[in-house]
Design a protein around this ligand. Structure first.
Ligand SMILES: [Zn+2]
Length: 305
C-alpha cells in the first residue's frame, strides 16, 4: 500500500493538497503577456514540484483549459510527475457571472482541451474563485454531464463574491442535484474571530502563521488546501486599472473596490512560498484521486440540492 495512504488510514488524518494553475494564461490574456513573468511562474512551480517529489506526494493541479492550449508543456510536465490534472474552467471566468449555456460551453471546451493535452480523462473540477453557490447550483449538473466525478468548488461560508454557506458540510460529501451525483470535497472552515473562515489556502494561508495552520490541521480529520502560484510571489501586484478590474471581476471598478482587492491579494505574500514548502516537508498529503479511493463514501454525509 502507498505509504501516504497507509499513514492516513492509521491516523485518520486526511490532508488534501491542491493547486489552481492559471497564471501563465491569465498573464497572456489579461495582464500584458510579459515573458519574464512566465519564467518566474516556472521557477515557483518547479520549487513546488521538487518539494513534492522529495516527499513522494501527489497533488491535484486544477488547470484552466487555456493552459492546455497555450502552455501545454506546463500541464504535461505536472502530469508526467504523477500528479492529477483537474479542470479549473477554461478562462478563469467565474461561473456565477455566466449563463447556463456559457458554463456548459466553458466546461466542455476546457475538459476537452485538458484531456487532449494529457491523453487521460479529467475527473476532478474546481470552479474559479469557488464560484458555485445556491444561485447557480445547476452548474453541478453541467459538471457531471462533462464527465466530472469529483468537485472541489464548494466554499461552505460567506466569502467575497459568493461562497455557499447553505451547503452545510465541511467534509467529503455525497452531493445529489437533480439526477446527478458528485463526490464533493468542500473547503474546511471554522469559526475564527466570530466568523466562519478557512485557514488552509489562498489569502487565509498567507495571513495565518504556519504554526496556527498546522495546529488546526492536526485537530481536523480532513483538510482541503488550495494554493495559487500568484499567492506565493512576494512582490505586490499593482492597483488594477479600472477597465481591467471591471473586465475581470465584472463589478464596478471604484477606487474603494480596487483598493480592497489590492490589500487582499497582497496580504502576507512575503514568506508564503517558504511556509508552503515547510508545510509540505512536515505534513502528509494525498491528492483528490487518492482521497476518493480511500474514503468509504457510504459513511460520508449526503447533501441533496
Ligand atoms: Zn483560480
Amino acid at each position: 500500500m502507498d505509504t501516504k495512504v497507509a499513514y492516513w488510514l492509521k491516523h485518520k488524518l486526511m490532508n488534501i493538497l491542491t493547486f489552481d494553475i492559471e497564471e501563465w494564461f491569465l498573464e497572456k490574456i489579461y495582464f500584458g503577456n510579459h515573458t519574464e513573468k512566465y519564467h518566474e511562474f516556472d521557477c515557483y512551480l518547479d520549487q513546488i514540484l521538487d518539494a513534492l517529489d522529495e516527499r513522494g506526494f501527489k497533488g491535484t493541479f486544477f488547470c484552466v483549459g487555456g493552459m492546455a492550449t497555450d502552455f501545454p508543456q506546463i500541464v504535461k510536465k505536472i502530469e508526467s510527475l504523477g500528479h492529477e490534472i483537474g479542470c479549473h474552467s477554461f478562462k478563469h471566468v467565474w461561473l456565477n457571472k455566466l449563463r447556463e449555456e456559457e458554463v456548459l460551453e466553458d466546461t466542455r471546451t476546457s475538459v476537452d482541451a485538458l484531456e487532449q493535452c494529457i491523453g487521460k480523462k479529467i475527473k476532478s473540477y474546481r470552479a474559479p474563485a469557488f464560484s458555485i453557490g445556491k444561485d447557480n447550483k445547476w452548474a453541478f449538473d453541467i459538471l457531471a454531464d462533462c464527465g466530472i466525478e469529483r468537485d472541489a468548488s464548494v466554499f461552505p461560508a460567506v466569502r467575497d463574491f459568493g461562497g455557499f454557506a447553505q451547503f452545510g458540510e465541511k467534509t467529503p460529501t455525497n452531493l445529489f442535484c437533480n439526477s446527478i451525483k458528485l463526490k464533493e470535497f468542500p473547503i474546511n472552515t471554522k469559526i475564527l474571530f466570530g466568523k466562519e473562515m478557512a485557514y488552509s489556502g489562498g489569502g487565509y494561508f498567507r495571513f495565518f502563521p504556519l504554526g496556527f495552520v498546522k495546529k488546526e490541521m492536526a485537530k481536523s480529520d480532513y483538510t482541503m488546501t488550495y494554493f495559487h502560484i500568484a499567492d506565493l510571489i512576494p512582490e505586490s501586484n499593482g492597483l488594477m486599472k479600472k477597465e481591467d478590474f471591471e473586465a475581470y471581476f465584472k463589478i464596478p471598478g471604484t477606487l474603494k473596490n480596487r483598493c480592497l482587492r489590492y490589500v487582499k491579494s497582497n496580504l502576507g505574500k512575503k514568506g508564503a512560498l517558504g511556509k508552503l514548502l515547510k508545510l509540505i516537508e512536515t505534513e502528509n498529503f494525498v491528492n483528490l484521486e487518492q482521497a476518493d479511493a480511500i474514503i468509504n463514501w457510504d459513511q460520508q454525509p449526503s447533501v441533496v440540492l
